[in-house]
Design a protein around this ligand. Structure first.
Ligand code: CA
Length: 229
């Protein structure tokens, strides 16, 4: 698949793309799940990245307890996890991510936030650390969709909000399930390896371009945007 020309919109994931928050999320998840008497490793939560909180809880509870908790119970458990996350130190901005959004905005590309998160504490930081990048109406969060990643719905909603077709947009992701969602929505997908997940997993998920760092992607962007095809 070719990098879209002209590029009209970039659908950008939040955790692990804009903020270095996954190491904190994985710790918060492990603490909550272990606190319910379910043995788990922190590493496994990197593999669930992109899914909504309730979907992650359903997966684990079905596996460990044989059935999904009620919607109310899943919501209660997710709030415990979100509370642990909020207690931790504020995550840093991913190095290179502000340069990435600046390069996109500078080229007139509309930036749309597409996240499986409902973490209010982090969503509020979007306006501080990425001021003027994402219009309030150009944000898709866990609260806007019925099916989270790897379902294409979050990215399809992002395309709708931007008013563009899949051929006019790219997705920027750091999680294999997010890449699967983006490809299912028909988008050219850039994967950036900001965590411990190996390159092969992004290739398997169908990423069109893979960068080892956000700085690397930001540096490559002007060339990608100006390619004359
Ligand atoms: Ca992510």
């Amino acid at each position: 698949m070719r990098f879209p020309h002209p590029l009209k919109a970039a659908l950008i994931d939040m955790d692990g793309v804009l903020f270095d928050s996954m190491k904190l999320h994985t710790l918060a998840w492990q603490r909550m799940v272990a606190g319910q008497g379910i043995p788990c490793t922190r590493e496994e939560f990197y593999r669930y990245e992109g899914m909504t909180g309730p979907a992650t809880i359903e997966l684990i509870w079905k596996r460990e307890r044989g059935e999904a908790p009620s919607a109310e119970e899943a919501d209660r458990l997710y709030r415990i996890k979100a509370g642990y996350f909020k207690e931790m130190a504020e995550p840093e901005v991913i190095p290179g991510a502000q340069a990435m959004t600046a390069a996109l905005r500078g080229a007139g590309v509309r930036c749309v936030l597409v996240t499986g998160s409902a973490q209010g504490s982090l969503l509020r930081r979007i306006d501080e650390d990425y001021e003027g990048v994402f219009a309030p109406s150009d944000r898709v969060t866990a609260l806007d969709v019925t099916h989270g990643k790897p379902d294409p719905e979050p990215y399809l909603r992002g395309l709708e909000k931007a008013g563009v077709s899949a051929a006019e947009a790219i997705v920027v992701e750091n999680a294999p399930l997010g890449v699967v969602a983006a490809k299912a929505a028909g988008c050219f997908t850039v994967a950036v390896m900001t965590g411990p997940i190996p390159r092969a997993d992004f290739e398997e998920a169908g990423a069109d371009l893979i960068f080892e760092s956000m700085t690397g992607f930001a540096e490559a962007l002007p060339g990608l945007l100006n390619l004359d095809l």
